[in-house]
Design a protein around this ligand. Structure first.
Ligand code: PMP
Length: 452
């Protein structure tokens, strides 16, 4: 028997020959088998000459992985904080109240009683899941109703639902672009776009963030055998700035490139009654494909692609991310339907979101923070190095303020930031208190000068 003392870093607790974990009744050579299956039931269990297993090279990186433990040991680990309440302006963590500045629940609709009631009613009527793909048994009348309403909301001919926003990007990009094509992305595009492009096997290029001259140059130099697709976030998810769609559209038109906009953070936030970034610029007709998610303003989970009817028909029958995955559960569909209705009929929420955004941006800027080029409820606070961002998050955690860290994984090294996101349901007192605490911690860490 192989006598290595550890296996994948954990102490070995039992030999193969006992077929038990050594702690259970029945462990040991001469004890009665008891409730455990007899070793003879396991083929190979009694082969004394079996060679030791070869090392599983693939798992070396797993064994070496220490990063999270190192950050935990420093007491500044900021992830997987366990929340015991709803994504409201105040949340409970470990029984303590926190001001929530890290949620994408921009319009506050996840706790709106009419949205919750719609979800409840749908679960009662249709059950808790669809138990299948849209293609086969998983299409409900409410899926189709939501597709019609979303298409009308963003002013496209048709729309197709996916079970997450991530899948919507995979399902559109990896289906439309292929081996002979080229996809050009903004360097700060969301990870799901990057993954979708890898899955498509298309040639890919990335242009400097929102630098349309750079995009132009890439378009001029790119001559794939097939076609070209440009994909950008409407609102960039970490820094809250908005894609320069009018100029991007001109570049795409000139080079015959298809343009897709991921509007995860623009829907419900920008444009007339929250119709999104394309509506905000008045360029919807010039954008070929609009992607949206329900995991932010739309108070649920899921995503969609909206485009001309023929493109949607093509995706409906070819998009593996939709076809080979179960459809959105009824309660989620119904909550998005109700959220959409409220966004259209009660624009005061959107007005309050913008009022709160301007208040918070003003407070952070007058404290001396660099909030980048954001013009949306996502307000980045530039901090510097990753470890400092983690420290700042944890000090704010101690102060009862929840913010998200954005280390150099998502933006360039040395440019790590704290991502503050504002909701319509914040009251001024929440924002004022949180801004004062961010200022206090910012001074403590030297992110802003000690005296203003
Ligand atoms: N695109 C962007 C820009 C996003 O920010 C996100 C989510 N963070 C997604 C796509 C994926 O959406 P979902 O969380 O709904 O899967």
């Amino acid at each position: 028997m192989n006598e290595r003392s550890t296996e994948f870093g954990l102490p070995r607790s039992a030999g193969r020959d006992t077929a038990s974990n050594g702690n259970s009744p029945g462990a040991g050579g001469d004890a009665a088998p008891g409730p455990l299956p007899h070793p003879a039931m396991f083929p190979g269990a009694e082969e004394p000459d079996r060679p030791p297993p070869r090392e599983k090279k693939l798992l070396q990186k797993v064994e070496r992985y220490q990063s999270s433990a190192e950050v935990r040991a420093l007491g500044i680990y900021p992830y997987f904080r366990c929340i015991q309440s709803c994504q409201n302006p105040e949340v409970l963590i470990g029984g303590r109240k926190f001001i929530m500045l890290g949620s994408n629940n921009y319009l506050g609709l996840v706790s709106e009683p009419r949205v919750i009631e719609a979800a409840r009613a749908a679960a009662l009527r249709y059950g808790t899941g669809c138990a299948g793909s849209r293609l086969l048994n998983g299409t409900l009348d409410i899926h189709e109703e939501l597709e019609r309403k979303l298409a009308a909301f963003v002013d496209k001919e048709d729309a197709l639902l996916f079970s997450t926003g991530y899948q919507a990007n995979l399902g559109a990009i990896a289906t439309i672009a292929g081996r002979n094509d080229c996809v050009i992305m903004d360097r700060r595009d969301h990870a799901s776009i990057v993954d979708a492009v890898m899955m498509s096997r298309a040639q890919s290029h990335r242009f400097r963030h929102n630098d349309v001259d750079h995009l132009q140059r890439i378009l001029e130099e790119t001559e794939p055998r097939g076609g070209v697709m440009v994909v950008v976030d409407g609102v960039f998810s970490m820094e809250g700035d908005v894609a320069d769609l009018p100029r991007i559209i001109d570049a795409c038109r000139e080079h015959g490139a298809v343009l897709m906009v991921d509007d995860a953070h623009g829907l419900g936030v920008l444009g007339e009654r929250g119709r999104g970034t394309c509506n905000h610029f008045g360029v919807t007709k010039d954008v070929d494909i609009i992607m949206g998610t329900f995991s932010k303003s739309l108070a649920s989970i899921g995503g969609f692609i909206a485009a001309d009817a023929h493109t949607i028909e093509f995706l409906r029958h070819n998009s593996r991310a939709m076809i080979f995955s179960a459809s959105m559960p009824p309660a989620s569909v119904a909550s998005v339907l109700k959220a959409l209705e409220l966004i259209e009929t009660e624009p005061e929420r959107l007005a309050q979101l913008w009022k709160n955004t301007e208040f918070m941006r003003g407070a952070l800027q007058s404290a001396g923070f660099d909030t980048g080029n954001s013009t949306t409820p996502i307000i980045p606070v530039r901090v510097g190095e990753d470890h400092q961002v983690f420290r700042m998050c944890m000090l704010l955690h101690e102060e009862g303020v929840f913010v998200n860290p954005v280390p150099g994984l998502s933006v360039e090294p040395g440019n790590a930031l704290i991502r503050v996101s504002v909701m319509a349901t914040h009251e001024e007192r929440h924002l004022a208190e949180a801004a004062a605490k961010i200022e206090k911690v910012g001074r403590q860490l030297g992110v802003i000068p000690v005296t203003a």
